[in-house]
Design a binder for this molecule. Structure first.
Ligand code: PXP
Length: 253
């Protein structure tokens, strides 16, 4: 049940563990099934250009199971012709456009929609034209929000990585980074964009982010898969879900 704030579970790192041994297990599709049973409102997967975790076969199988379970698939993808063709073939519920550099460990920073407008806007148009809900993964920056609106995206996903890192490292800029996320969420919502948030979220950082009233969806992966080692995936998802619900309940009180 979404209770106004959906939880998308990113299962990429189940595939990371599988691929570390070139094995067939653990299976990210099984993890997706388990995540849905534990209360995930959707499944998120990033098919990277270098296929370092999720594979094309995983996407084929995920598309089938989310459909069977009546949950949305959110395909994270770089803005490339190859990924666009895959998205247009699968027609996932949503596509989240992300920047991608081969040498990065994870998605470091949001898409620069201002600089990349001429390259990205036509892709947004073609995906949206095919009925895919297009999201742009951006830093909490008002210019980027305006640019997402101008190019016809329906959703912005705010990159929460800098805020989450600051909290974990005890960096005094954490409060300011949270304020920036709030301001970007307010502006995106004012422009009629749906607001999502993700990257680096854990049990400690989820509540302040979930308490931003404009945020409709959180996409969380690495922490949940890590925590699953200790308490199991269903328990990790249920605890995250409970913290999200607490944050929303406190907001309403
Ligand atoms: N949202 C987007 C757009 C991402 O690229 C990622 C990382 O793949 C996430 C959310 C999830 O981040 P994490 O794995 O740190 O929870």
């Amino acid at each position: 049940m979404s209770r106004g704030l959906r939880l998308g579970v990113n299962i990429d790192h189940v595939a990371t563990i599988r691929n570390a041994r070139g094995a067939t297990y653990p299976d990210p599709v099984r993890a997706a099934e388990m995540a849905i049973a534990a209360g995930a409102d959707g499944i998120t997967a990033h098919l990277r250009e270098d296929r370092r975790h999720i594979s094309d076969t995983d996407i084929d199988a995920l598309a089938v199971i989310v459909k069977r379970r009546g949950r949305p698939l959110n395909l994270e993808m770089a803005v490339t012709a190859e990924m666009e063709a895959i998205a247009l073939r699968h027609l996932p519920h949503a596509a989240c456009l992300v920047p991608e550099r081969r040498e990065e460990v994870t998605t470091e920073g949001g898409l620069d929609l201002v600089k990349g407008h001429n390259h990205i806007a036509p892709v947004v148009g073609r995906l949206a034209g095919a009925g895919i809900r297009v999201s742009c993964f951006i830093d909490a920056d008002l210019e980027q929000v305006a640019s997402a609106k101008a190019m016809g995206a329906q959703v912005v996903e705010l990159h929460t990585g800098a805020y989450c890192d600051a909290v974990r490292e005890g960096d005094p800029r954490a409060d300011e980074l949270l304020e920036r996320l709030k301001a970007a969420a307010v502006e995106a919502s004012r422009l009629g964009l749906e607001v999502h948030a993700g990257h680096g979220i854990d049990y400690e950082t989820v509540k302040p982010i979930a308490a931003i009233p404009q945020v409709m969806e959180l996409n969380i992966g690495h922490f949940l898969i890590g925590e699953a080692i200790f308490i199991g995936l269903p328990a990790a998802i249920q605890r995250m879900r409970a913290l999200m619900d607490q944050a929303r309940a406190e907001l309403a009180a």
